[in-house]
Design a protein around this ligand. Structure first.
Ligand code: PLP
Length: 247
């Protein structure tokens, strides 16, 4: 990109970020919650590492991807562009176990853990990465809950959550931090997020470290915040429409 293009893109992202932060602030005010309670996760899938770098310059500290292959290359490029940025990379997409080895090298957080087998594979991958000096910290994870029994867009059934949480808390290479969910398509997100909020509260009673509730995207972040989300995952409203699905 030329300097002019970069400047234009920076201004565009700054304005979109201002608007998203304003939406978060307003939703927090409406819910009587302090805005510091809600983290903004910028979902950079399908957008280049340069955009991620500009967002980091603008103060975004949490970035997310949904596919290992795309993320791996982007995170590498990003670390060349902003070697000391201190951003945290989140994996939010469905994760095949054969990608665990790679994800353990670049992700600070995996939000899509939905089975004991996946947790165990990740645990081993993180242990290897720690041994090899490819990462320095354990992996924070969220358990993904499926709120839509009709489809399989990832996530464990709500009734299986306590058992999965029990498995994960026994592992020291990965740390249980909360739950994540996507509102079912074509349904009132308020209904889904109310259910999710109960699920999250119930889990926290037995697992006090499971503090985070990752819910809400560009279209429904207000509803998620009203129902206790501590993290919203925003792509389109920050970066613009995605012309292509992730490669
Ligand atoms: C793409 C994606 C988002 C962001 O969605 P937008 O509607 O673009 O804000 C959030 N969460 C997950 C899991 C995603 O895959």
């Amino acid at each position: 990109m030329s300097d002019g293009d970069t400047g234009r893109r920076r201004a565009e992202l700054a304005e979109a970020l201002r608007q998203v932060r304003e939406r978060i602030d307003r939703a927090c005010a409406a819910a009587g919650r302090p805005p510091e309670e809600v983290e903004l996760l910028a979902v950079t899938k399908t957008f280049p590492a340069e955009d991620a770098a500009l967002l980091a310059d603008l103060g975004v500290v949490d970035l997310a991807e949904n596919r290992d292959q795309e993320a791996r290359a982007k995170v590498e490029k990003f670390s060349e562009l902003r070697p000391r940025s201190g951003v945290r990379w989140h994996m939010v997409g469905q994760l095949q176990r054969n990608k665990a080895r790679s994800v353990a090298r670049w992700a600070d957080v995996v939000e899509s853990v939905d089975s004991g087998r996946l947790a165990e594979t990740l645990r081993r991958a993180v242990a290897n990465a720690l041994d090899a000096g490819e990462r320095s910290d354990p992996l924070d994870v969220l358990l993904q809950v499926n709120l839509d029994q009709r489809t399989d867009r990832g996530g464990c059934a709500p009734e299986d959550l306590p058992e999965l949480a029990e498995i994960v808390t026994r592992m020291c290479e990965i740390r249980l931090r909360g739950v994540m969910a996507v509102a079912p398509l074509g349904e009132d997100p308020n209904v889904a997020f109310a259910t999710l909020s109960e699920i999250s509260e119930r889990l926290r009673r037995d697992f006090p470290d499971a503090l985070h509730l990752s819910a809400g995207m560009s279209a429904d972040l207000e509803s998620a915040i009203a129902h206790g989300a501590t993290r919203v995952r925003v792509g389109t409203a920050l970066l613009g429409g995605r012309r292509l699905v992730s490669p």
